[in-house]
Design a protein around this ligand. Structure first.
Ligand code: DLL
Length: 432
């Protein structure tokens, strides 16, 4: 089932022509009417006439999150205030927050992208979707809300928090799908167990639309087997609009609406464009945005453009699972580690529950890492020798996969903090 087969299944050459036309219009407009982009292009010695093909996009300079911060809150908006109908803002956990504005058309394209995504997951008018992403300045709640209404699903707008009430409503209303962060779903699963709720027996839940934070295939396996549902990856950032693009039923890469966003993958250090299949930092140009245009914006998320065609019939480009952010990488005694590699290893160990925490500290010139993991109730024991054995096993698995000796601390079930929004898995105690 497609939401917009004309675009989603368009011949690849036609899609590229469409992208080039939108791109050309965008750049002509920005060069003529937007001081920021005009000055940037002049500074780089590029005129719109130099852009003769899609590949010429790479002549344009990159744009960074700092550009948004420096122009806080609305200096980069490209429309008069009267055309802005909504604001969202990032939480500002990694610096000053950024504000995003939307025109009516921006909201319409955002909702269109989500309608395509939800349809590709098989969510439609027969579904009752509980939206447990936060509502408010965060884009998750309202984004999914309007996308789900567009496809005719019945929305239960619970937002996050008050988990016991959420579980009751889920049962009472016969909720079939949920949208939230993977960490919040795991928290729900944990709370349900404590309340004696069995998802398979006591709910109609079949699907989960999970994103807003990195998660791994082993986390997917854990969620699916614990709850008897299918979990789908959804991606987006507030600068792009919010959650937008997701996996289809094939669950092998995230389909990007090619008419909405043009993706390049570059080497984080050199900025050079990488081949399809190579992992690097995602750079996006939003082809339709009016209020806050983005041209060659460096998102910092690490992914690759996939080479193969998707059996679902959609011709749109696909990106592989986001494995982290370029600025998330930890260098421990010279070895590069992404938190997602740690999660992947931990979640495959059956005795480990769904919570872990990575602590990084510095001793002299050396960075150290320690990992705390929660053990599932059925494997947690008072017998010291059992726990010592289990800890040694986890440490040896980490050594095998990461090539790094990391001390592990075992925690009782429920001992580590839970998250209602985005999980914070790394505590960085280094003084920079
Ligand atoms: O997290 C938008 C969103 C809401 C996406 C709901 C999906 C679902 P921001 O708060 O601006 O926007 O954070 C964007 O979150 O750059 C990634 O680092 C991370 N992220 C989002 N989705 C995924 C995902 C929303 N599926 C930042 N996998 C991005 C990995 C993700 N990381």
């Amino acid at each position: 089932m497609y939401w917009n087969a004309n675009i989603e299944c368009m011949a690849v050459d036609d899609l590229k022509k469409l992208q080039y036309r939108s791109f050309k219009n965008l750049i002509n407009n920005l060069y003529s009417f937007n001081k920021f982009y005009h000055d940037r292009m002049k500074g780089a010695g590029v005129h719109p006439d130099d852009l003769r093909s899609l590949a010429d996009v790479q002549k344009l300079p990159f744009m960074y999150k700092e550009d948004l911060r420096e122009n806080y809150p609305t200096k980069l908006f490209n429309v008069p205030n009267t055309e802005i109908v909504r604001f969202h803002a990032s939480s500002g956990t990694s610096g000053k927050p950024t504000v995003v504005g939307y025109t009516q058309n921006d909201l319409a394209y955002w909702t269109e992208a989500l309608a395509r995504s939800l349809t590709s997951i098989g969510i439609g008018s027969n579904d009752i979707l509980q939206v447990s992403y936060g509502y408010g300045l965060f884009t998750g709640g309202l984004g999914l809300h309007y996308g789900a209404e567009k496809v005719g699903a019945s929305v239960v707008p619970t937002s996050n928090g008050n988990t016991e009430r959420q579980l009751e409503l889920m049962q009472d209303l016969g909720v079939t799908a949920i949208a939230c962060t993977p960490s919040y779903l795991m928290h729900m699963s944990y709370t349900a167990e404590k309340m004696g709720i069995d998802f398979r027996r006591d709910t109609c839940l079949k699907k989960a639309v999970l994103g807003a934070e990195p998660w791994t295939e082993s986390m997917r396996a854990k969620i699916e087997s614990a709850m008897g549902i299918k979990a789908y990856d959804i991606y987006g950032t507030s600068e792009q609009a919010g959650p937008m693009f997701s996996e289809c039923e094939e669950r092998n890469g995230i389909h990007i609406g090619a008419d909405i966003m043009y993706v390049e993958i570059v080497d984080s250090d050199t900025g050079e464009i990488l081949e399809d299949g190579e992992r690097g930092e995602m750079v996006v140009t939003m082809l339709k945005k009016e209020a806050l245009p983005l041209v060659r914006f460096r998102i910092k998320d690490i992914t690759s453009l996939m080479k193969d065609e998707c059996p679902c019939g959609r011709t749109s480009p696909r990106i592989s699972r986001i494995t982290g952010r370029a600025d998330d990488m930890l260098i421990i005694r010279g070895i590069n580690v992404f938190p997602s590699q740690i999660e992947y290893t931990l979640m495959r160990i059956p005795q480990i529950g769904d919570q872990y925490m990575i602590e990084v500290s510095r001793e002299g010139a050396l960075d150290n890492m320690k990992i705390q993991v929660e053990i599932k109730p059925e494997f947690f024991s008072d017998k010291v020798e059992d726990m010592v054995k289990l800890r040694a096993h986890i440490e040896s698995e980490l050594k095998k996969y990461l090539n790094l000796a990391v001390p592990v601390e075992l925690k009782a079930p429920g001992a580590l903090p839970r998250f209602e929004g985005k999980a914070k898995r790394v505590i960085d105690k280094r003084v920079m």
